[in-house]
Ligand binder design. Structure first.
Ligand SMILES: N[C@@H](CCC(=O)N[C@@H](CS)C(=O)NCC(=O)O)C(=O)O
Length: 216
């Protein structure tokens, strides 16, 4: 069976998958990673460079993983766990353990509650009332992240090791400047974000994504 293929962009939630896969040690072995452009909806790198991304993923969004048997996987909760289940270096607690379900709950929370709100703030069509409402709700979530989830100053979302939930939360927090949000108002969340960004493999992953040369 051929390698699976990840489609991503370097600053989107797709990048969380690239970082996780890099940490997992599966890039270029079990998983090849290719960039796509979300404005033009064209694949930018790899054997399908130039192809309309909708023909690969009719939803047109990233992350997208095409498994070796052709199965299309979407949604961070699924793609990140596929990466975890195929990892050489572990990036999730073992399947079936309580901690694995904790990880699943964090992924769902990040996707539905954090990213769901930020996505609305990125929407240029959002009215100022809608924007105000979404911003207030997002601040509540960050307060919870800061005061409850990260209250003990923990390094990682789940347990004592980096997991796919960290790559995802880190990327969502990295969007703060684009939505005019000052993360330093939430010192524990801010410290967490900076700590993850300083991890050597996270820096390596950013460098590898930046080095990918669009072929179209
Ligand atoms: N519900 C999806 C959201 C994925 C998503 O919104 N991806 C964004 C990038 S962070 C995207 O590809 N947007 C471009 C588009 O939808 O056209 C998930 O959890 O993975």
């Amino acid at each position: 069976m051929s390698n699976a293929a990840l489609y991503y962009t370097p600053t989107s939630c797709g990048a969380a998958n690239f970082i996780a896969a890099h940490r997992a040690g599966i890039l270029g072995s079990k998983l090849n990673a290719y960039q796509a452009d979300m404005q033009t909806h064209k694949v930018l790198t790899g054997p399908k460079a130039g192809v309309d991304f909708y023909t690969i993923n009719p939803k047109g969004n990233v992350p997208t993983i095409i498994l070796g048997d052709g199965t299309l996987l979407n949604e961070n909760g699924a793609t990140l766990q596929w990466i975890a289940d195929n990892a050489v270096t572990p990036v999730a607690p073992a399947n079936g353990t309580p901690q694995r379900y904790v990880l699943q709950s964090k992924l769902s929370w990040i996707a539905s509650e954090l990213q769901g709100l930020v996505a609305g703030l990125f929407d240029p069509a959002a009215t100022s009332e809608a924007r105000e409402h979404l911003t207030a709700k997002y601040h509540q979530k960050l307060q919870f992240l800061n005061d409850v989830e990260l209250a003990d100053g923990r390094k990682y979302c789940v347990g004592n090791e980096f997991t796919v939930a960290d790559s995802y939360l880190y990327i969502v927090l990295s969007w703060s400047p684009y939505i005019d949000l000052d993360l330093s108002k939430y010192p524990k969340a801010d410290a967490y974000f900076k700590r993850i960004g300083e991890l050597e493999f996270v820096k390596e992953a950013h460098a590898a994504m930046a080095a990918a040369k669009p072929q179209v």
